[in-house]
Design a protein. Structure first.
Ligand code: PGA
Ligand code: ZN
Length: 421
């Protein structure tokens, strides 16, 4: 690989899909190649995520301003790296870690470091005349052949993404078509059928949650699953065969010191596992993400032993794309799937390492966007280049979601990439 000599690196506060500030970084290499990338931001964040630097000034953007994080890029990082030659992406990302001096990027902000890491990656890809997915694939010591991940698509939203009208954060559909175009056709058919169902059953206008999912006021949690199945049937498809269901419980967000508060019930960890097992049986779930809280390490192995042979037990808040937490979870058999969110850890190279650990453990890797996103489509290329098994980007509405799906469609049609089996 050619050396990366950085001429200029700049950060800018921009706005995300929720109307909140985030960052755009732009990198120019000495060769003249330019790369730019923008940073997502979560609302349902794990406690072990890398540090997201916000200004904290209540007079701007309710304290969420990103001027200090932009200055981390334009001043601190640029001063330290401009004019220097880096052997590769890993060397650049290691320099970010060394410059910060903490493992969580508590000084520079992981939002600043990831935006910089991605802008450098885009510039390096441009310099070597590669699409970003090919560059991403080349970062692995032993690259996988790039392939299209199978989308798991948000149909119904709850929890922190929809004002808490139901405690479960996402009910997702996994269309089983054998092409990206076919998957998105099935997904939109189910989405529109579910929207019509919501209009007649709940008198709802087509209002969507943070990730573009529908958020009807379901009378019971089972009604949410039943409506999803009904929407699949109304779309002319077979639940469990043409389209599978999955959930992101995001249980950390309804866990209390006394137990899990699921609507009007207070459940122990074991009772919540029983409930999840009933839903897994009744609705043939393909995966359960964050079925338990991020610190309930004692019971994740119980959940995984109970259901892990039949479905994927995915850790998001539990793992935070953090190699140490993934290793711990592997050793105690707490999960068999990683939700890989690049900005939970702060650089591309560390996220790649997390994904490789999960794959070496034999887990499924689900590359994921955040609830606050931008029109940038880099995630699609990263998921393809790292041969993710699945991708989780949200619903099939809203252009910050569609930027990624449309990029996957383009890679299928024009670059000849095929879906993971
Ligand atoms: P977040 O949620 O981006 O708001 O953190 C996404 C998820 O929990 O999967
Ligand atoms: Zn999650």
């Amino acid at each position: 690989m050619t050396e990366l000599v950085i001429r200029e690196l700049r950060g800018l506060e921009i706005l995300d899909s929720r109307g909140r500030p985030t960052l755009l970084a732009r990198c120019e290499l000495a060769s003249g190649a330019i790369g730019r990338a923008s940073e997502p931001s979560g609302a349902s964040r794990g406690a072990a995520e890398a540090y997201e630097l916000r200004d904290g000034d209540p007079r701007r953007h309710r304290g969420r301003g990103c001027l200090r994080a932009a200055a981390s890029i334009t001043a601190t990082i640029a001063d330290a790296v401009a004019g220097r030659a880096f052997a590769d992406q890993a060397a650049f990302d290691a320099a970010l870690l060394a410059l910060d001096g903490t493992s969580t990027f508590a000084r520079l902000g992981a939002n600043a470091t990831l935006a910089a890491s991605l802008a450098v990656a885009r510039a390096a890809a441009a310099a070597t005349r590669q699409p970003l997915y090919a560059y991403a694939a080349g970062l692995a010591a032993v690259p996988h052949a790039p392939r299209l991940p199978r989308p798991m698509i948000n149909l119904f939203s709850g929890g922190k993404h929809a004002g808490g009208q139901v405690p479960i954060q996402d009910l997702l559909i996994i269309p089983q078509a054998d092409s990206m175009a076919g998957i998105l056709e099935q997904a939109t058919a189910v989405f529109h059928a579910a929207a019509e169902l919501g209009a007649t059953r709940y008198g709802m206008r087509l209002l969507t949650a943070d990730e573009g999912g529908l958020a009807p006021p379901f009378p019971t949690l089972e009604a949410m699953f039943d409506d999803a199945s009904e929407a699949i049937v109304r779309a002319g498809l077979r639940p469990g065969r043409d389209v599978r269901l999955a959930i992101d419980v995001a249980a950390s967000h309804f866990a209390t010191a006394d137990g899990y508060v699921l609507r009007d019930q207070l459940l122990s960890s074991r009772q919540l596992i029983d409930q999840l097992a009933r839903w897994a049986d009744d609705y043939a779930l393909a995966s359960i993400e964050d079925g338990l809280a991020e610190d309930d390490w004692a019971h994740w192995p119980v959940l995984c032993a109970r259901l892990g042979a039949r479905l994927t037990i995915i850790g998001d808040d539990l793992l935070c794309t953090n190699p140490a937490r993934i290793t711990r979870a592997h050793e105690c058999h707490a999960a068999n799937g990683l939700l890989l969110k690049v900005n939970q850890i702060g650089t591309l190279s560390q996220a790649l390492h997390a994904g490789q650990l999960a794959r070496a453990a034999g887990w499924q890797v689900v590359v994921s966007a955040r609830s606050g996103e931008t029109e940038d489509d880099w995630l699609a290329d990263v998921a393809v280049g790292w041969a993710g098994d699945q991708i989780k980007v949200g619903s099939v509405t809203q252009s910050e979601r569609l930027a990624k799906y449309n990029r996957l469609l383009e890679l299928e049609a024009f670059d000849g990439l095929r879906l993971a089996d």
